[in-house]
Design a binder for this molecule. Structure first.
Ligand code: ADP
Ligand code: MG
Length: 458
């Protein structure tokens, strides 16, 4: 099965690229001889003059992309060029700032900043002078002799920035550099970084920022690339045309945040057009099978009941808080309910739909019926399994038949997880039985008629 390739609308100016990745992929070998594909063939260029933010849910491959683009790791396929020279053969000049600071605890602040200069063979005096100047620039004047453990998180990250900038990198890579900091410290550091960039205090030509924080991307970036997962691929890529300094409360700002939020929370629908004023760089492929979130029907029922209890609408982050859930645990349930048409996402709120409200209010048998209708109406894989069972004279189909099709789109491991979820949903809805011994789907005979009738709706 082929996934549709949408031609690129406009390509980033590849000629000027400092770093250019061509169809890079990453997969990891598995003991079972299967391999996990983390990044599917992706083109991406880092051009001068831009802060590029790479956004995506956790596990979508952001850090993997950063490592390949910065030369820290080699792609499994495809190529990365540094000024059009294969990156492995080029003399590259980049630095990386990590979320975890990654300072040497046994070195003083000054020695930490000097370390990369020392590694590059810069003479001691020059090394000291440049490091002192850089510490001054990042506001750490007077802390040269301190050790990392004596510093707050914000100050540690200032050392991280000083150490990255002291080598005057052409490209500055940052992997969630503000995520470990408290809100105010993070906000401070962001605006200071932006100031250094805008004043050209640092000779850096491009910044590549990995983040999962939408507002952070919209505050800082000239261009935003959103990654989808399983395997990682570019979902949308556009230039942000809002002037700096940006106002979080302005309409254009919130509009853009909403747009990105929608792209992130609807991994299975084609991204909508970027809001006016922003310039689309390109779209990549669309998925054919939706990615089923790994959520149980019972979990969805619980969520919908709660939502109904709250008057049918609630902020997703607040719900997670109220339930003492991690947002990453709640999101699959929200996504699944949305996929089935039981709720809608509006500006960060989950809003229950008519069918969702009916589902939440019904007895178990009616719930199964509603779930069955929703599954057949919205989930391609379940519809295909059901149809195949009805078509075949013996009303049974091997699971492998569908796994092969899923494999075209997902990693082997994810295909199995997708199938597991589909089986759980299909069984719950009594769309089919699953014979785990023979690994075959079977039409539940007793209910043939009833289900066939309910399918007329679609
Ligand atoms: P992100 O930074 O977006 O959170 P990562 O790039 O760290 O994502 O990881 C993407 C995916 O690759 C994850 O599913 C992760 O489990 C997988 N992954 C990362 N490193 C390895 C590895 N060495 N072996 C197998 N899988 C890996
Ligand atoms: Mg990461």
């Amino acid at each position: 099965m082929q996934t549709a390739d949408i031609p690129n609308a406009t390509q980033a100016a590849a000629v000027d690229a400092i770093i250019r990745a061509e169809k890079i992929e990453k997969y990891y070998a598995q003991p079972s001889a299967n391999r996990i594909q983390v990044i599917s063939a992706t083109d991406l260029s880092i051009v001068p003059g831009e802060i590029l933010a790479l956004l995506g849910p956790s596990g979508s491959g952001k850090s993997t992309m950063l490592r390949m683009l910065s030369g820290l790791s080699t792609p499994s396929a495809g190529r990365v060029y540094w000024h059009e020279q294969p990156i492995a053969e080029a003399e590259i000049n980049v630095s990386i700032v990590f979320q975890s600071f990654a300072l040497f605890p046994w070195l003083t602040v000054l020695e930490n900043v000097e370390a990369p200069l020392q590694a590059r063979g810069v003479a001691p005096e020059e090394r000291r002078a440049r490091s002192m100047k850089m510490l001054d620039t990042v506001g750490l004047d007077g802390f040269e002799a301190a050790y990392p453990k004596e510093l707050s998180g914000g100050m540690k990250q200032r050392v991280g920035f000083a150490r990255a900038l002291v080598v005057e990198p052409e490209v500055l890579f940052m992997d969630e550099p503000f995520s470990a900091l408290d809100v105010l410290t993070a906000e401070n550091l962001r605006s200071e970084l932006l100031e250094l960039w805008a004043n050209k205090t640092m000779p850096t030509k491009a910044v590549f920022l990995v983040t999962h924080n939408i507002e952070e991307a919209v505050l800082l970036a000239d261009r935003i690339v959103v990654l989808g997962r399983n395997p990682g691929h570019i979902r949308t890529d556009f230039r942000v045309q809002l002037p700096q300094p940006r106002d979080r409360k302005s309409e254009a700002f919130t509009q853009l945040v909403d747009y990105i939020y929608k792209v992130l929370t609807r991994p299975d629908t084609a991204p909508a057009e970027v809001p006016e004023q922003q310039v689309k760089v390109r779209d990549q492929r669309q998925m054919r099978y939706q990615m089923l979130p790994h959520a149980r029907p019972g979990g969805m029922a619980g969520l919908l009941e709660l939502l109904l209890d709250k008057g049918g609408r609630d902020d997703i982050y607040r719900m997670a808080d109220d339930l003492a859930f991690e947002i990453d645990d709640l999101l699959p349930i929200v996504d699944a309910a949305e996929l089935l048409g039981f709720l809608k996402i509006e500006e960060g709120d989950a809003v229950i739909t008519e069918s969702g409200a009916e589902f939440a209010n019904s007895e178990i048998l009616r719930q199964k019926e509603l779930f069955r209708d929703a599954a057949l109406g919205h989930i391609l894989l379940l519809r295909q399994i059901r149809r195949a069972l009805e078509t075949k004279s013996d009303h049974t189909v091997p699971e492998d038949f569908f796994l092969d099709m899923l494999d075209e789109q997902f990693s082997d491991e994810e295909s199995l997880r997708q199938m597991e979820t589909a089986v759980a949903w299909g069984r719950y809805a009594e769309l089919f039985d699953y014979d785990s011994g023979r690994r075959r789907f079977v039409l539940p005979e007793a209910q043939d008629e009833g289900i066939a009738a309910s399918e007329d709706v679609h």
